[in-house]
Design a protein around this ligand. Sequence first.
Ligand code: NAD
Length: 351
Amino acid sequence: MQIDKKYNSQYKTKVEISDAFDFNIDVKKDSRFFIITDSNVANLYLQEVLAKVSSKGQAEFIIIDASEKSKSWETIGKIIDEIISFDPKRSDYIIGLGGGVITDIVGFVASIINRGTRLILIPTTLLSMIDSAIGGKNGINYNNFKNKIGTIYPANNVIIATSMLKSLTEAQILEGVCEAIKIAICRDINFCKFLQNKKYDILNLDFKLIRKLITKAIKLKNQVVGKDLLDSNQRMILNFGHTIGHAIESYEENKIPHGIAVGMGMYIETDLLHKLGLSSKKTSSAIKSLLEAYDVPEYLGNLDNIIEIAVKSDKKRAENNTINLVVPNKLGEALIKKIDVSKIKNVSFES
Ligand SMILES: NC(=O)c1ccc[n+]([C@@H]2O[C@H](COP(=O)([O-])OP(=O)(O)OC[C@H]3O[C@@H](n4cnc5c(N)ncnc54)[C@H](O)[C@@H]3O)[C@@H](O)[C@H]2O)c1
């Protein structure tokens, strides 16, 4: 039975990137739209989106708290209660308008209502445009474990309007850049060079370059996801910085934003791999130089706690007391290696 092939052919998200928001999707007559957004994004963009969507059919909206804490059963329950009260059909559309918290929550909701309702994502942070809206992963946190519950349910459409980035701070743009750095390190040396050379223009939102960045990052992610939608092997390559990054987020109770935690995770994983003899001095320095170019901060807390959480959360995915780590061989190329937990715990980070 060729299940893999069947799933791969299901990865057919249509991504549109433009400067201003437009809603050109062909929808059936009498379609209904359920827009879910957070309180910050609602103040900025809900009216604009509502006006365009309402021209195609009846539109309802739900506003949730703008917080990582919203990735919870409680919020999912409230959203589902509200949508079900309208007796939704599978052919209706659930729309997520917001950053990664919204795309994660809304993707999950759409995947379970009627066992799958049409999903449109309108990402509004750089991180969600290049990462969380792409590839179908969604989820909520459970008992302080990141993304423990979720499904893989790619959106039918992702609509990106780069003008929505104008209301983000430079620090928030950097969070997205960290995910772009991650994919560049693992997949494309030229993208690394682009990021290294264009820092000033990217952080100052030169829209021509931002568009280039978004298009490239999505293309690279799609190449990986297209081969392994269900995250059984190759897709793990996208986890560079995340094993440690997720542990930092959990330990710091989400006070450090996801993108920055991933940046901090890349520093630590780079050191760890070098100390384990799996990565050369040249590669480690090149990775750090890219992170330093953007002044990505280093994590200053106790690394023993972080390593302990990282190992505990990841161990279940691997076997025989090992965890999978992404090992960049050189800038632009990486592979996945199973590493003994005991070896990781023995590494000393004192320099
Ligand atoms: N599923 C995936 O593949 C995937 C990938 C990466 C990250 N994630 C998840 O994404 C989440 C982080 O996403 P994020 O960084 O977008 O954070 P976020 O969704 O929390 O948004 C950050 C803040 O920016 C505000 N905001 C959003 N868009 C804005 C805009 N255009 N202007 C002004 N303010 C705006 C939000 O209200 C929020 O306060 C984490 O939960 C992470 O686990 C998921």
